[in-house]
Design a protein around this ligand. Structure first.
Ligand code: ZN
Ligand code: ZN
Length: 347
C-alpha cells in the first residue's frame, strides 16, 4: 500500500472503509479510521474500543476521539505538515467536507483506495478462513436437502439454512439468504416469502456462511419432482456454462475472458437475453470483493484470488436457474472450494 501511495505522491492516506481498516490493521470493531504514512499507522476510534484495540492492533498508535474523528485527524495532518493526503473515494461526504475545511495547509486527494485491489489476492490465513466458511455452507446445503418438501415455505428454508450455519460455527450468514421458487426464481435477488416450494417448480437458493470475517457464497437450484424438458435444458445450459468458465481459470487470464466463455455458451444455446449480471465476483472480507469476472473486466487473475462463478438464466414469468461455486485461483489453474451436489431433481 505504501508503494502505491508514494507513486501517487501522497504523504499519508486516510482509510475510512471499515473493511479496509480491518484488512490493514486487524481491528474487527465497527468504527475506526486509519491515518497511515510512510512509517506509522494511527488508529482513531472512540472509548468503546480501547481495550479491544490494545489486543488486536498492538503496533498501531491508538488515538481516542469523540463521535467525530475529523477534528483530531485534521490536527494530526496539520502537525505532521503533510503536503498531500489521500482519501478513499467512499469517504462519507460530511467527513470529507469537515476534513477539507479543517486541513487548510494540506491538499486532500480523493482516490481509488489501493487497499481494494490488495484485498483481491488472499494469503494462506485468508484462504483458510474462506475454506472454513465454504465447508459450513456445503454442510448447510446437505442439511436443507433433508428438510425440503413441497409444503415448506421459502422463508422456512432460509431459516433452516441460517440456523444450521450458526449452529455449525458460522459467525453469521454472509448475506440475507435468498430462497425463491416458481416464477420468483427469475428474480436474481429475490427476498424469501411465505410461498411454498411446491412440486415441479425451480427453487433458487443463494446463501453463505461467514467465518473470521471471510465469506462463502453458493447458489443451488433444485426442483422437487420431475423437471420438464425445458427446465432440464435451461439447467444443463447453466451448468455447462459454469463448467466451461471454471475450467479456463488460471493465472494470467483476464476476468473478462472468463466471463465471455460462459456468456457465449449461454448465447449460443439461445438464452443470451436472459443472463444479465456478471459471471462472478471476488470473495473475501466482503461478499462482493471486486467485480473480477465481469463483462469487459480487465482484471488479470492471479494465484490467491478467490472468485465466485455464477452464471444464470432468468426467464420472466417462467423461472430462473443459477449455479454458483467459489473458486480459488492456484499457481496451475483453479480449485473449487464448494462441493455441494448439483442435481436438479431432489426428490
Ligand atoms: Zn450468491
Ligand atoms: Zn455471488
Amino acid at each position: 500500500m505504501r508503494e502505491t501511495l508514494s507513486s501517487a505522491n501522497v504523504d499519508a492516506f486516510v482509510v475510512t472503509d471499515i473493511l479496509n481498516v480491518r484488512y490493514i490493521s486487524g481491528f474487527t470493531g465497527s468504527t475506526a479510521t486509519l491515518l497511515v504514512d510512510s512509517n506509522s499507522i494511527k488508529i482513531l476510534t472512540d472509548s468503546r474500543y480501547m481495550e479491544q484495540l490494545a489486543q488486536e492492533c498492538p503496533s498501531a498508535t491508538i488515538i481516542q476521539v469523540q463521535r467525530n474523528w475529523t477534528k483530531r485527524a485534521a490536527e494530526l495532518i496539520t502537525d505532521a505538515k503533510y503536503l498531500r493526503v489521500g482519501l478513499e473515494y467512499s469517504i462519507p461526504y460530511r467527513d470529507w467536507e469537515s476534513l477539507n475545511l479543517l486541513s487548510v495547509e494540506t491538499e486532500l486527494v480523493p482516490m481509488e483506495s489501493p487497499i481494494n485491489q490488495l484485498r483481491w489476492k488472499k494469503d494462506d490465513v485468508e484462504i483458510l478462513a474462506i475454506r472454513h466458511a465454504a465447508r459450513i455452507t456445503d454442510m448447510a446445503f446437505k442439511h436443507v436437502l433433508t428438510v425440503l418438501r413441497p409444503d415448506i415455505t421459502e422463508r422456512d428454508v432460509a431459516v433452516e439454512i441460517e440456523c444450521f450455519m450458526r449452529r455449525s460455527g458460522a459467525e453469521s450468514e454472509a448475506f440475507d439468504t435468498i430462497v425463491a421458487a416458481g416464477p420468483r426464481s427469475a428474480m436474481p435477488h429475490a427476498r424469501s416469502t411465505n410461498r411454498r416450494i411446491g412440486t415441479g417448480s425451480l427453487a433458487v437458493m443463494d446463501f453463505g456462511a461467514r467465518h473470521d470475517g471471510y465469506h462463502a457464497d453458493i447458489t443451488r437450484t433444485v426442483l422437487i419432482g420431475t423437471p420438464s424438458e425445458e427446465q432440464q435444458r435451461v439447467y444443463n445450459t447453466v451448468l455447462n456454462a459454469q463448467r466451461t468458465a471454471m475450467e479456463a481459470i488460471r493465472p494470467g487470464v483476464s476476468g473478462g475472458a472468463i466471463d465471455s466463455l460462459a456468456r457465449e455458451y449461454i448465447e449460443k444455446s439461445g438464452y443470451g437475453a436472459y443472463f444479465g449480471h456478471g459471471l462472478g465476483h471476488g470473495l473475501g472480507l466482503d461478499v462482493h470483493d471486486g467485480a473480477i469476472l465481469a463483462k469487459d473486466s480487465r482484471i488479470i487473475l492471479e494465484a490467491g484470488m478467490v472468485v465466485t462463478v455464477e452464471p444464470g438464466i432468468y426467464i420472466p414469468g417462467w423461472g430462473g436457474v443459477r449455479i454458483e461455486d467459489d473458486v480459488l485461483v492456484t499457481e496451475n489453474g483453479y480449485e473449487i472450494l464448494t462441493h455441494s451436489d448439483k442435481s436438479l431433481a431432489v426428490r
